[in-house]
Design a protein around this ligand. Structure first.
Ligand SMILES: Cc1cc2nc3c(=O)[nH]c(=O)nc-3n(C[C@H](O)[C@H](O)[C@H](O)COP(=O)(O)OP(=O)(O)OC[C@H]3O[C@@H](n4cnc5c(N)ncnc54)[C@H](O)[C@@H]3O)c2cc1C
Ligand code: FES
Ligand code: FES
Length: 1333
């Protein structure tokens, strides 16, 4: 009889669960049942790694204890039977001691918002448990499955590098770098004194009771019966096949990495689940003389180990298919997935983009199936194995037992290729496996197979190619014929699912061509031909950018003067004030708050139509769903249904929806799972309204604008006419998803006795939230208290759009009279909360023959979405930054704010400036192309100078940009490297390198002038400790750390005596959003004023009692009845702007000051696939006198990587129904560890002082450095230009953002891409499968 009690261990403690729910994931169990909230939920789809835990178990096949990292969001809790789970809480704590991983990550400034941190800690911890002295590639591999949106990855890699033999990096702490600051000459700074040594013998032991029972008793079958699902774990093949025949519709689940997405994210329910995980008969890997057989339940990471052994033993030739699998598995997901997913799961999912199936097909593998009542059968894995989308040829009730791969014979070769949007942890766009066998001793093709993924609804074989190539000689004349055959094999419709049709088609040829060169090389080496590959094709043999490893990076800054008092912490690189809490998982975010006894959960019901009348909302099914409590919608609002910025949004749609994802109502239930389930059952009837305006182009066609802004100076039209040269250009810039790791969340607690609402929120603007909640409830602001402890990232996405969650929650809390919690799922968050605006510009620019700008006429369009939100302010900033860093005497810009049927777009780091500056750099590069000079030269000729006026009348003072520019070029050896690159490019046909130097200047201040104000409250307690509150919120940017430093310096006490509890409307009223990079400026000044007030009151005492310690002084002051609490207030002086919207004339001083910087990036691109790597980035940034260089450098690196994502990778895509297709990390790729520049140097400009901000500093470094990532974009352009020259393509070409691999490949333009350019007759009425809004 199967056992029905779940037993496992968590952090050494035995957990016995008599009624386990098979639908519950491990993370939900840990967080809700065990209240271990260190493990974070970032996506529920295995794509972010925030939920990483370590699982240990006795492995019967290997006869040893194994430790591995796992995504607890995908692992069903019932799969943990007989396992020991270690969470971040189990390895170290601030109460006891930090684990070495935690300590080093903290000291090396490896966390900012901290939401990703526990997962990163656990990935590294799991690695160390298997390999206590790893090498850098091991570390990079173990982090492939983790994402961080804040740090830019460099400090994390630096921290973990200390575990390698080749220790390097610097925690920027007093202990090490003070004595020997790292520099270009001394980047390998050994910091081993700064942290404790790692002693692997001190790790907790595997639970002895579990070890004894696992070793001594046979594994027992299990059966768990839940609310809707029954889970079986048979232990023998007989039981397994019997169950599958009995329940033919049952899903076999091993890693649950496919099924987990279906159930967890898509809400499907599979009533019977059978896991073959404990069936040893199908977990093996064995081989003989002719091939290798792999059991269907062989876990991918085990497979890697086994295949490596076999390749080593048998040598490279025989085992080419295994090497192909190994290469593929390196890029396959991350460790957490590879540690649980099995080969059988990959085959049986029958995904058209499976990475393994094309290899298995090309190498003529055979699958063995078994039906309990019939026995086994063998099936070749050829074209007929996958009859249709996500279907295999398995019959009902069959189980896949194994797959057999034959070894390669003499004269036989194979290789696999894949290209994905992101280099690591991403599924393929197209993959291919190609195999050829030659007649003995010749280069005549005897056998050929070619299998492709991503080209149809299943993995497919290139039939034409395979038939026609037989008998052909492996010579250059083959290429043209192959191209023709493959064009017949792969013809994608214009609207084929997956999009990118021309690129995908071109990739098939690129892969074949790579294979062709590879085989030609093999044949030559083996003497079958004298035909060597051309020297300029040699580059295709090495990995892009050489062998991947992170090189030492350098960070330099100005040390504090030696005579600075030790308690004066300003200017010192203190670690993040919550750093220790981040690394231990003790930092509390909204969903970590202990639930109230009567708390309910809210799940939003959102529109599935982009423009429609809502005709009916049917709750019948939802109401009968378990745990359902109520439904709220516009009828339940006591106050106003209008909300958001200038009341431009609705809390709940009322009769009509204007975008997919608009909130219509919300289901309230007892648990999160029940609320989500019931919400899915709400049936809404719509009646579509036309037209649907989705894109900027649609808005232009229908003249659908919220507003058009004009900014004019001089006479642009006349100057254009008079210009020696004029060029016209266009550029489109995609939007960008914020992808803060903590999704929008709030907890609303009604205080019934006083009609008061207490709201705990993940919000950048507590006051805005308060205003909204009060208005929705129809009460006064003083009855709404908003508290923000910290956010798991914000980046502008939590400046206004969080009211989409908090407003329904307050309505529900009011209606139910009970606390309401809601944390959006990643997919909901991406769908409803808006993004960075996509932009389109059409410009004309006039210039002299030397390249000096004379005039600019620019029409800019942004996609604002269905409501205005902050879009006008975003466009205003865009107009201010449209000139980039360049002096333009005549300018005329029109900024069109497009009104469309997509979710309202909002603030995002940079707030319109990065888009505007990218447009500016686009015309700069157009001028360079026209005149045949370098972009850098055009930039230098036109760059502003000290005392220049901007076109809106602001005089540039302390203009440090030229210094940043010069230093950056000099530190990066720009000129020398540019020459080397030219030489490299002349010798290599299919790899090109490019380099670019880009300047930035960013105006600091809210352009809504009233927002440039801040308040603070400083409270000194009798014991001398200080509680500090200010209006800014902490979202990882280190604001609280800096504000503590400011207070510490003002009061002259150590930073350790100052505490910030949270930001609250109760303590500081009427706060401005923490945004516009002014957080530390304005709040710092307010704190300074409050501290000075207290010091002023203490002054008489201090004068008489100079020798008294701080604590004694404070006690004395208390006894003397001196007030020890003070508020501070600051408003930014001298900012104004007269902007006449009719004439477009604008004159003023909208910015308090500017922040400057420059960056040089060097890239290498693969011209055949469009892949790229950033070889090196050097940044010089003017931060004034830095308040905290570690925090500033972290912000610069993080912003750079976020900008890199915007310009190189990230592309939100919608379909013709206005549905966002890129929801979740599976479909939407933010940069990962592998995208970090291999050498990433950041220098803070020395001897810069800013008289306009606190302690001579410059703004928080959230926004200004983001644009520096354009250096990568233009370095790619530089590389592409070189590739185009090879194909005879000269002059300017349009380069839209992001420069994805698809675009890079197609821009490169060669004999392969040419064959696919518009080969499908582009029908205007057929929209592609996906497109930018
Ligand atoms: C974040 C993430 C990244 C990923 N990256 C990649 C990638 O880069 N490349 C790639 O190809 N895939 C990728 N995948 C897909 C997935 O991980 C693989 O397909 C994996 O191999 C599935 O294995 P599993 O054990 O988790 O399957 P499960 O989810 O447990 O099962 C998948 C399917 O296989 C069936 N099945 C399993 N075993 C048998 C059997 N013995 N007989 C019959 N049917 C069986 C199940 O019924 C189910 O339908 C990724 C998935 C995630 C979540
Ligand atoms: S929450 Fe599990 S991987 Fe993102
Ligand atoms: S610190 Fe990594 S996501 Fe914020």
């Amino acid at each position: 009889k199967p056992k029905d009690v779940l037993v496992f261990y968590v952090n050494g403690t035995k957990v016995t669960e008599p009624h386990p729910e098979p639908e519950t994931s491990l993370i939900v169990y840990l967080r809700t049942k065990l209240r271990l909230t260190g493990t974070k939920l970032g996506c529920s789809e295995g794509g972010c790694g925030a939920c990483t835990v370590m699982v240990s178990k006795w492995d019967r096949l290997q006869n040893r204890i194994v430790h591995f990292s796992v995504n607890s969001c995908l692992a069903p809790v019932v799969s943990m039977h007989d396992c020991a789970v270690t969470t971040v809480e189990g390895i170290g704590s601030t109460k006891t001691k930090l684990h070495a991983v935690q300590e080093r990550l903290w000291k090396f400034h490896g966390s900012q918002c901290g939401f990703c941190t526990p997962g990163i800690v656990m990935s590294m911890y799991a690695l160390l448990r298997n390999n206590s002295s790893p090498k850098m590639p091991n570390i990079e591999t173990c982090l492939q499955g983790n994402l961080c949106r804040c740090t830019g990855y460099r400090p994390i890699l630096g921290a973990f590098k200390t575990f390698t033999e080749n220790k390097t990096g610097c925690p920027m702490g007093k202990l090490c770098c003070k004595n020997a600051p790292p520099s270009e000459d001394n980047p390998e700074n050994d910091c081993s004194d700064c942290y404790k040594p790692y002693d692997p013998s001190q790790e907790p032991i595997f639970p002895p009771e579990l070890l004894i029972s696992s070793r001594n008793h046979p594994v027992s079958p299990l059966k768990f019966v839940g609310e809707r699902v029954t889970w079986y774990r048979p232990t023998t093949l007989d039981q397994l096949t019997d169950l599958k025949e009995k329940y033919p519709d049952a899903h076999l689940v091993v890693g649950n990495t496919e099924i987990g997405i279906e159930t967890g994210v898509k809400g499907r329910c599979y009533p019977v689940i059978v896991t073959p995980a404990a069936v040893e008969e199908i977990s093996f890997v064995k081989y003989d003389q002719s091939g290798i057989e792999i059991g269907a339940s062989c876990i991918l990471s085990n497979l890697v180990q086994q295949l490596n052994k076999i390749v080593e033993e048998k040598g490279g030739h025989l085992t080419q298919p295994l090497s192909a699998i190994l290469e593929m598995l390196h890029w396959f997901a991350g460790d957490q997935i590879r540690n649980v997913a099995v080969i059988g799961g990959n085959i049986m999912t029958a995904s058209p983009i499976s990475d393994l199936n094309p290899i298995l097909m090309a190498c003529c593998a055979t699958a063995t199936f078994m039906l309990h009542s019939r026995g086994t059968r063998k099936v070749p894995m050829d074209q007929s194995f996958f009859p249709s989308y996500r279907k295999t040829c398995a019959t009902k009730g069959e189980v896949l037992l194994s797959v057999r791969i034959p070894f390669m014979r003499k004269g036989e070769y194979m290789k696999a290729y894949m290209q994905s949007k992101r280099r690591e942890d991403d599924i393929a766009i197209v993959n291919a496996a190609l195999r050829v066998k030659f007649y003995p001793g010749s280069r005549k093709v005897e056998e050929f197979s070619a299998a492709f993924g991503g080209m149809a609804a299943t993995s497919v074989m290139a039939k034409n190619l395979m038939e026609n190539i037989i008998g052909r000689e492996w010579k250059d004349d083959l290429i043209d014929d192959v191209s023709a055959w493959m064009r017949e094999d792969f013809k994608l419709e214009q609207n084929a699912p997956g999009g990118m049709v021309e690129y995908r088609e071109a990739l098939t040829l690129s892969f074949f061509f790579k294979f062709y060169i590879h085989i030609k090389d093999c044949l030559c080496k083996e003497g079958a031909t004298q035909d060597e590959i051309a020297p300029e094709e040699e580059c295709t043999k090495v990995p892009l950018g050489g062998n991947h490893h992170v090189s030492p990076s350098t960070q330099t800054w100005e040390e504090v003067p030696e005579n600075q008092p030790k308690d004066d912490s300003v200017g010192r690189p203190l670690p993040h004030s919550s750093g220790q809490l981040h690394v231990t998982g003790e930092a509390k975010y909204i969903d970590d708050i202990t639930p109230h006894a009567d708390e309910l959960y809210m799940c939003l019901v959102t529109s599935t139509r982009c423009h429609a009348y809502v005709r009916d909302v049917n709750l019948a099914d939802a109401m009968t769903s378990p745990g359902y409590v109520t439904y709220v919608d516009h009828r339940d609002i006591p106050g106003s249904n209008e909300c958001g910025v200038m009341n431009g949004d609705l809390v709940f749609a009322n009769g009509k929806v204007t975008c997919v994802g608009q909130v219509i109502g919300a289901v309230i239930a007892d648990t999160c799972a029940h609320a989500q389930r019931a919400a899915q059952l709400v049936k809404i009837t719509y009646e579509d309204i036309f037209p649907r305006i989705l894109t900027i182009e649609d808005a232009i066609k229908h003249e659908s604008f919220h507003k058009i802004l004009h900014l004019n100076a001089g006479d642009a039209a006349a100057a254009l006419d008079a210009s020696e040269y004029v060029i016209e250009g266009e550029i489109r810039i995609a939007g960008q998803e914020h992808f803060y790791l903590e999704t929008q969340a709030c907890l609303v607690v009604p205080q019934l006795e006083s009609d008061q609402m207490e709201i705990y929120a993940s919000s950048q603007s507590p006051t805005f939230l308060q205003d909204n909640a009060a208005s929705v409830l129809g009460i006064e602001n003083n009855k709404v208290i908003v508290r923000v402890k910290r956010m798991g990232g914000g980046f502008g996405g939590k400046e206004t759009r969080f009211v989409l969650v908090s407003n329904p929650a307050v309505v529900a809390a009011k209606k139910c009279g009970r606390p309401i919690r809601c944390m959006l799922t990643r997919q909901e968050d991406m769908l409803i909360s808006g993004q960075r605006h996509s932009f389109y510009a059409k410009y004309k620019v006039g210039f002299t023959k030397e390249g000096k700008l004379t005039s600019l006429v620019n029409n800019i369009y942004s996609n604002a979405g269905n409501s205005l939100d902050l879009s006008i302010s975003v466009m205003e900033r865009a107009l201010y930054h449209s000139g980039g860093c360049y002096r333009i005497p005549n300018i005329s810009i029109a900024g069109h704010v497009c009104k469309t049927n997509v979710s309202s777009n909002t603030a995002f780091r940079g707030f319109g400036a990065p888009q505007a500056m990218l447009i500016a750099e686009d015309w700069i590069s157009g001028i360079a192309a026209k005149l045949g000079i370098s972009g850098e030269k055009v930039r230098e000729i036109n760059m502003y100078k000290e005392g220049d006026n901007t076109y809106y009348g602001q005089v540039l003072e302390c203009f440090n940009l030229p210094r940043c520019w010069q230093e950056c070029r000099q530190k990066s050896n720009f000129n020398e490297r540019k020459e080397k690159i030219e030489e490299y490019n002349s010798k290599n046909r299919w790899r090109k390198r490019g380099i670019s130097c880009i300047p930035t200047m960013f105006g600091i201040s809210f352009t809504g002038f009233f927002l440039n104000q801040a308040g603070a409250l400083v409270q000194v307690y009798k014991d001398g400790s200080v509680l500090l509150t200010h209006g800014g919120t902490e979202m990882g940017q280190g604001l609280h750390t800096k504000m503590i430093q400011v207070a510490s310096t003002c009061l002259g006490i150590p930073a350790s005596r100052i505490h910030i509890s949270s930001t609250s409307t109760e303590t500081v009223p009427n706060t401005s959003p923490t945004a516009a990079s002014v957080g530390s400026d304005i709040n710092g000044m307010a704190i300074k004023e409050a501290c000075e007030k207290i010091l002023g009151r203490l002054k008489p005492l201090r004068e008489n009692l100079a020798e008294l310690s701080w604590d004694d002084l404070i006690m004395k002051a208390y006894l003397e009845r001196i007030s020890l609490s003070a508020t501070g207030f600051y408003k930014t002086p001298d900012i104004y702007c007269n902007w006449d919207q009719k004439s477009g004339e604008c004159f003023g001083r909208p910015f308090d000051y500017f922040t400057y910087g420059a960056a040089v990036s060097e890239v290498e691109i693969d011209c055949l696939t469009g892949d790229h790597v950033v070889l090196q980035t050097d940044i010089v940034m003017d931060v004034g006198g830095s308040l905290n260089p570690a925090v500033d450098i972290g912000q610069i690196e993080g912003a750079f990587m976020q900008g890199y994502g915007m310009m190189m990778l990230e592309e939100p895509l919608i379909n013709i129904r206005g549905e966002l297709l890129t929801r979740g990390p599976g479909a939407y790729k933010i940069p990962g560890f592998g995208d970090c520049p291999r050498r990433f140097n950041v220098h803070l400009l020395q001897n810069s002082r800013n008289k306009r901000a606190i302690f001579s500093s410059k703004a928080r470094f959230g926004e200004p450095p983001l644009f520096l990532s354009a250096s990568v974009f233009f370095a790619v352009k530089n590389a592409v230009e070189s590739a185009r020259k090879h194909s005879g393509l000269f002059g300017a070409f349009r380069m839209d953002s992001p420069a994805t691999c698809e675009r890079i490949r197609m821009w490169c333009g060669d004999q392969f891409t040419k064959q696919y350019e518009k080969h499908t007759q582009n029908d205007e009425n057929v929209k592609p499968w996906s497109f930018q809004a």
